[in-house]
Design a protein. Structure first.
Length: 416
């Protein structure tokens, strides 16, 4: 038999659009010993996780819990549990992850309507309202930060529009939570799903979800406790069953609620990770974490500008935590990524669809939203580009980033 060595991954600095290096404290939490599902210590942790993510999502929603699986599992759980076959949904698509919402909604047998804009832009609220009036959807499905384009869709006015038109309002905040403002209650969101592997500084594999009372009530109307654990006291909901067992949020709520009705076996190590991610963010303060992402995102933006590289998209709507950098003419983007990895152990991101081969995506998020990570990445990129024939003034990227940090520090000491 072949001798397999112990896992010992090479050292990498992950500066792409996520995943990023996990915070060592999150990794340590994951190495904790397992507990039984109904051990009071375990259910106590589950309740703490609910409380912590309420603070992170900025909500009072009772139903704030984890779906076991990557962020896509959180999206699929919400869409499967809310959309009944034949429901109309509206998706404003401004990148790949809007397309993913359409894809999942179609598999829920929704009637999917889209509005589109070129990648690199975001929607005006008025355009979304016009489409809502025309389509009359049951749900508006949005992406807050679409990492494929690096753009952040403003959501603050959409909840009000949805209420006026009796539409449920969902957003995928996988890539934005913790690094950009998100106000689930103040913005009238009915459902939000997220992930750990971006600004929360964890690994992928757990999807925090929050549901408003009206959204939870809509899901409850489809409740159907599975055979084997059902008792005569469990009355089925009076609406169509949810066509997934694993992603049935009505059953997942019963598991996280006081009944602790068995569903799946909670992914304990991931719950420990999710708890530590939230704990770290709350310890720092959500607003401080967002400000940190802005400071390092701005420094990366300044550094890229200092190298005379163009940035992608409507920069006014850029996410704090990821930047699209236009690959200069005559430069092979994949060769640059290859040299960054082999010679500096730094990963920067490629891109999808219409942007493939045109931009790199460089992240500054979670544990890697730090000055040393920004400076190392800029220095390495400048070196590689110069080596491949794109000449830029020596050290200009680093100097511009330093200036940006200086401005941020002055702003912090003399606000206004
Ligand atoms: C905005 C957005 N939504 C969803 C996903 C899918 O996440 P996962 O790969 O964890 O399922 C990603 C991953 O990059 C993302 O950026």
């Amino acid at each position: 038999m072949t001798h397999f060595t112990q896992i010992n991954p090479p050292h990498r600095l992950l500066m792409g659009p996520g995943p990023i290096n996990a915070d060592p404290r999150v990794l340590r939490a994951m190495a904790s010993q397992l507990l039984g599902q109904y051990d009071p210590a375990m259910t106590h942790y589950m309740n703490e996780v609910m409380e912590m993510y309420r603070a992170l999502f900025r909500t009072e929603n009772r139903w704030t819990l984890l779906v076991d699986g990557t962020s896509r599992a959180g999206i699929e759980a919400v869409l499967m549990s809310v959309i009944c076959p034949g429901d109309k949904v509206l998706v404003p698509v401004f990148g790949r992850f809007g397309q993913l919402l359409c894809e999942i909604a179609r598999r829920c047998r929704a009637e999917v309507h889209t509005i589109e804009i070129p990648w690199g832009d975001v929607f005006e609220p008025g355009r979304i309202e016009d489409a809502i009036k025309r389509v009359r959807p049951r749900i508006l499905l949005t992406v807050q930060g679409d990492t494929s384009t690096t753009m952040l869709q403003p959501l603050d006015q959409l909840g009000e529009i949805c209420r006026r038109n009796d539409v449920l309002f969902y957003t995928d905040a996988t890539a934005s939570i913790g690094g950009n403002p998100l106000e689930a209650d103040a913005w009238g969101l009915d459902a939000v799903s997220a992930g750990l592997q971006k600004c929360l500084g964890g690994p992928s594999g757990s999807a925090p979800v929050t549901l408003s009372d009206r959204c939870a009530a809509a899901i409850r109307r489809r409740a159907h406790v599975e055979e084997g654990i059902r008792t005569p006291l469990h009355r089925p909901g009076d609406e169509e069953i949810i066509y997934s067992n694993y992603f049935d949020l009505a059953m997942i709520m019963d598991y996280w609620g006081p009944e602790r009705l068995n569903h799946h076996t909670e992914a304990t190590s991931m719950l420990f990770a999710a708890r530590e991610c939230a704990r770290l963010l709350l310890e720092e303060g959500v607003d401080m974490a967002v400000a940190r992402h802005k400071i390092h995102g701005d420094a990366m933006l300044a550094g890229i500008g200092g190298m005379d590289l163009a940035v992608f998209g409507d920069i006014r709507h850029k996410m704090n935590n990821v930047l699209g950098v236009v690959i200069p003419p005559g430069i092979d983007g994949e060769q640059v990524r290859g040299m960054m990895l082999s010679d500096f152990a730094i990963e920067i991101g490629t891109s999808f669809g219409p942007l493939h081969g045109k931009i790199w995506r460089i992240g500054t998020m979670g544990y890697n939203a730090r000055k040393d990570c920004v400076m190392q990445t800029l220095a390495a990129l400048e070196g590689v580009l110069n080596r491949l024939g794109y000449t830029c003034p020596q050290g200009a990227g680093l100097q511009a980033a330093w200036d940006s940090y200086g401005t941020a520090a002055r702003r912090a000491t003399c606000p206004g």
